[in-house]
Write a protein that binds this ligand. Structure first.
Ligand code: ZN
Length: 173
């Protein structure tokens, strides 16, 4: 007789973060090719680096305030009230550089909600959360109240290595 696979409890927590940014989708076939902006909402799901149900003496994976401080701190510095632009979008880059003062963030790919979620999961979260002993397992980027993109880490966190893509932030203030 086949044995049933036991369920394993996995704890995680989710912190909601909000910011405003402008972007345009390079080579988009319709209105997303125009400069425009969104009130973005990001849901970051965080688990302990070793997974399972490991918590501190208080019973936390990590304090919610630390996720806010690190992730929202990064968002405020880099994406909030900024313009996200694809490195190959020379026309948008030229335009945004003409504005004074200007704040923009050059992405290694088109700044869709999918790619923003991926960037936060693969590049930002590892750099700002690692010393807290936690791993971001999922990042959801809400572009409107109805539409979001989800990036999820699949596999054992200990075995996951991510190629860090470079990005450029310019804040002329
Ligand atoms: Zn848009």
């Amino acid at each position: 007789m086949q044995e049933l696979t036991p369920y394993i409890t996995q704890l995680s927590l989710v912190r909601q973060l909000k910011f405003c940014a402008g972007h345009r989708l390079y080579q988009h076939e319709s209105k997303c090719a125009f400069f425009h902006g969104h009130n973005y909402r990001v849901d970051v799901e965080v688990a302990g680096a070793s997974g399972g149900t490991e918590v501190d003496s208080i019973g936390r994976i990590v304090d919610f305030s630390m996720i806010k401080k690190r992730m929202l701190g990064w968002l405020d510095d880099n994406w909030d009230h900024s313009f996200l632009v694809f490195a190959e979008d020379a026309n948008a880059l030229a335009a945004i550089r003409m504005v004074q003062p200007t704040k923009y963030f050059v992405m290694p790919y088109n700044p869709t909600a999918e790619n923003m979620a991926r960037y936060l999961l693969e590049v930002v979260a590892p750099s700002v959360l690692t010393d807290l002993g936690v791993v971001a397992r999922r990042v959801t980027v809400w572009e409107t109240d109805e539409a979001c993109a989800v990036a999820t880490l699949v596999g054992d966190p200990a075995e996951i290595t991510i190629a860090i893509k470079s990005a450029v932030i310019v804040d002329s203030r």
